[in-house]
Each structure stands twice: as structure tokens, then as C-alpha cells.
Design a protein around this ligand. Structure first.
Ligand code: PXL
Length: 266
């Protein structure tokens, strides 16, 4: 039987990140992707690739989720960029309207085109309204600092502490991603389930950030969960897919190349 999964995320027009990367990831793992678009991000090549950000009307977001959930029996969802408090509110209300086996939250906090003041409201809304619904949350270093309230994450021990603090906010599992930002030869992620800490480590593929890695990791986790994997197994497969996708990255004129999901072989 074909497995289905929902993704609620933004469109990133170059194809590198956002729902474009999510749907490719679902496809690569044999999962039929169903998508709701929350916002449209168009980088501006005339202005240093600044993010131009347009939120989708909350009523239209609600309509999309209604169409998707009325058409299919969906019990796994990945949530990517939401972007505004109004979007967060409508998505959290829609999520509460039915039970979910897994809610994978990539807590994308700010987009460079947004006002910092608006971003603070967004952080608070995400922390209060969506984070407690997540079965897995996947913060990067910046998001881990913001959600945990820690000023500095300089080593794996700090990342573990951040994961503990974020876990206390309600999600069932925290996958805190060190990525290329923590010093050392390996890209280290920390998985915390409230009791046990699991360290996941893969050799870094260069020192450059690659667009779409975070989106792809969360989407691959959701796809594997949809197929029945446990959270630790889903995360391991997701990390392998991202690592293969960074090796095979698509070169781009934006400051970052982008992950190629099609490179992964299970
Ligand atoms: O990679 C984070 C991200 C997620 N979703 C959308 C984005 C970005 C980064 O640009 O535009 C829609």
C-alpha cells in the first residue's frame, strides 16, 4: 500500500529549500506527498539574494489543509516554514482538529527578509502553539539557541543541554543539529527522547552550508515515520539521505548550492 504524508511548508522558488525539497524527498523515499503552502519566498538576485517573503492568506491555508485531510487519511505531517503568528495560529488549529501519529516540526524561525520584531512574535507563537504538538522537532544551532534560551552552543555538551531544555517545552523527541557549525570533522546531531541521548555523527562534507539540508532531513524523517520506522531509525535514514544529497549537490548561483535528494539509494 502506498504511504502518504502531508507537508505544510513554504515555497522557495529556486527549488533548493521549502516544499519543493520536501516533496522530492517524499518521492525519493516512496511516499506520496500532499502539500499545503504557507508562504512564498523568492530570493532577489538584484539585492544580494535577500528573501522576498509573501505569506499566504490564513483562510487559504485552512482551505488547503481541509482539502488534503478530507481527501486522504493522513496521520503524519511535516511542518516547515510558517513565518507569521497568523499562519502559526491557523496551522495549530488545523492540526488540533484530528489525531496525528507523527508531527515532525522543522522550527524555521526567521527568514532574512523579515522584521526582527515580527520574528520575535513568531518565535513565541511557534514555541507556545506548535512545539507542544510535535513528536519530533529538528532545530539547527540558531533555532536551538532561540528555543532553549541559551546564549551559546559551542560544543556537543551544550547541544545536549539545549535538546533537554527544548524537550521540556513539550515535543516527544528533539533532534538538535550541529551541522557544519560545531567545530570538528564530523557533523554531529543529538537525539533526545526525554531519557536517553543518542549522538549521531557523520563526517562533514566540506564546511559549506547547503540549501535544503534542514528541510530534507525533517521531510525524510516524516517519510520514514509514515512507512512505520521508529524515530531513531527514521532519523538515521534521514541523515544518510541528506549526506548523500550534499555529496551530489546541485550547483547554484545563490550563495549556497542545494541538496539533491535523488542521489540517495536505500
Ligand atoms: O531552509 C529554510 C527554509 C525553509 N522554507 C522556506 C525557505 C527556507 C530558506 O530560505 O525559503 C520556504
Amino acid at each position: 500500500m502506498t504511504q502518504l504524508a502531508l507537508v505544510i511548508a513554504g515555497s522557495e522558488a529556486t527549488g533548493g529549500a521549502g516544499i519543493q525539497a520536501d516533496i522530492r524527498t517524499y518521492q525519493q523515499l516512496g511516499v506520496y506527498g500532499v502539500g499545503t503552502i504557507t508562504c512564498i519566498v523568492s530570493f532577489d538576485p538584484k539585492n544580494d539574494w535577500a528573501h522576498r517573503f509573501v505569506p499566504v492568506d490564513p483562510a487559504v491555508i485552512a482551505d488547503q489543509i481541509e482539502a488534503a485531510t478530507a481527501t486522504h487519511d493522513l496521520d503524519v505531517v511535516k511542518i516547515g516554514m510558517l513565518g507569521t503568528p497568523a499562519t502559526i495560529k491557523v496551522v495549530s488549529e488545523a492540526l488540533r482538529a484530528q489525531p496525528w501519529r507523527h508531527v515532525v516540526l522543522d522550527p524555521v524561525l526567521i527568514c532574512k527578509g523579515q522584521e526582527p520584531g515580527a520574528a520575535l512574535d513568531t518565535d513565541t507563537a511557534l514555541r507556545e502553539q506548535v512545539l507542544p504538538l510535535a513528536t519530533v522537532v529538528t532545530p539547527n544551532m540558531f533555532e536551538a539557541r532561540t528555543l532553549s534560551g541559551m546564549d551559546e552552543i559551542a560544543a556537543v555538551d551544550d547541544l545536549v543541554e539545549a535538546a533537554r531544555r527544548i524537550h521540556a517545552l513539550g515535543p516527544r523527541y528533539v533532534l538538535a543539529k550541529g551541522g557544519v557549525e560545531l567545530p570538528g570533522d564530523d557533523a554531529v546531531d543529538v537525539l533526545f527522547d526525554g531519557e536517553e541521548v543518542t549522538i549521531l555523527s557523520e563526517p562533514k562534507v566540506g564546511q559549506e552550508r547547503v540549501s535544503g539540508a534542514g528541510c530534507t532531513l525533517a521531510a525524510a524523517t516524516a517519510a520514514e515515520l509514515a512507512k512505520g520506522a521508529s524515530v531513531p531509525d527514521a532519523v538515521r535514514t534521514a541523515k544518510a539521505l541528506v549526506t548523500a544529497g550534499i555529496h551530489a549537490r546541485v550547483s547554484a548561483k545563490t550563495p549556497f548550492d542545494s541538496v539533491w535528494q535523488g542521489a540517495y539509494q536505500s
